[in-house]
Design a protein around this ligand. Structure first.
Ligand code: COA
Ligand code: ZN
Length: 282
């Protein structure tokens, strides 16, 4: 929390000195550092150079350089500065929220919603995921949460980290995972969480699809590829793979042969599962 420290000092440190502090904290082995905040420079002159600090500092692989963000404008700056994580803030106390952020709690909630939406399209890791999952569970009495990698930028290590934290927070909830195959890692992402007991995964027939708001994103994993991979790994799905492949091939006729599904083109393998039996997945 370098940010919290610096913002309460009367003396304003030069940008180069802040950069040096961040780099030395990271070198000492701290993995997650809240570097600065992208708030109004008038509200917090001590941290008015957040953009320059983020752009000037060296980054270590695996390090998480976070920033405090109060609104959409702040999130735009955080993304531009390459922040790895945005900590979206508001106060539970109405008077404190008004004094600190000059808005009502409801207005803050709206600002957080907009900022979080922007962050997820930009593929940023957001502490807000956890906050919202907790609220969906506690305030809205939701019992099943589907985590969606809409841009398809997730990778197995990230999936393990995010899903692991969500699982800790939302113990009463069934988790489902929804991966797009943009980077070809959809199936790898499924297998990253399979052992830990997530039993619901989305697929798309023939792998078609994309996302209107995530340019470049391709469709979900092809359902037949998913079923095939699960079955041969010893996770029975209860799905008739041959029937699924036929349906996917029929879809290809009107759509043209460019659908992404692979098992539907290669045909299913002839040998059965080799791995031990696990509980059902699907
Ligand atoms: N970064 C930079 N500038 C911002 C900004 C941001 N995140 N959010 C708003 N601004 C700018 C606006 O562009 C506008 O600029 P202009 O007057 O030149 O057009 C100006 O600030 C006022 O915008 P407005 O939306 O009316 O904000 P506000 O004056 O009501 O302030 C906050 C709202 C949230 C931006 C401000 O109260 C704030 O930054 N508070 C954070 C305080 C803090 O750091 N507290 C400690 C940590 S919790
Ligand atoms: Zn999707």
């Amino acid at each position: 929390m370098l940010r919290d420290g610096l913002q309460n000092e009367d003396r304003v440190l030069p940008t180069a000195r802040k950069i040096e502090l961040v780099e030395r904290l990271a070198a000492s082995g701290l993995r997650r550092i809240e570097v600065s905040s992208f708030v109004s420079p008038r509200a917090m002159s001590q941290l008015a150079d957040a953009d320059a600090v983020f752009k000037g500092m060296a980054r270590r692989p695996g390090g998480i350089h976070a920033a405090l963000v109060p609104n959409l404008r702040g999130m735009e700056r955080a993304i531009d500065g390459g922040a790895d994580e945005a900590n979206l803030v508001m106060s539970a106390s109405q008077s404190h929220n008004r004094a600190n952020l000059r808005m009502s709690r409801e207005a803050s909630l709206r600002a957080i919603r907009q900022a979080a939406a922007l962050a997820s399209t930009a593929g940023m890791r957001v502490a807000a995921i956890l906050t919202w999952c907790r609220r969906l569970q506690d305030d809205a009495d939701i019992h099943s949460i589907s985590l969606c990698d809409t841009s398809g930028m997730a990778y197995p290590a990230l999936v393990k980290e995010v899903v692991g934290s969500v699982r800790d927070v939302c113990r009463g909830n069934t988790l489902a995972l929804h991966f797009h195959n943009t980077q070809g890692l959809g199936l790898a992402n499924v297998f990253a969480e399979l052992e830990s007991g997530v039993v619901r995964y989305d697929g798309a027939l023939a792998g078609i699809g994309g996302c209107l708001y995530a340019p470049g994103a391709t469709g979900n994993i092809c359902t037949a590829d998913l079923v095939d991979a699960l079955e041969v790994s010893g996770y029975p799905t209860g799905v008739d793979l041959d029937a699924l492949i036929n349906t996917a091939r029929d879809l290809e006729k009107p759509l043209g042969p460019a659908t992404p599904g692979q098992v539907m083109k290669a045909g299913r393998r002839l040998s059965g599962p080799i791995a031990a039996h696990h509980g059902p997945a699907g």
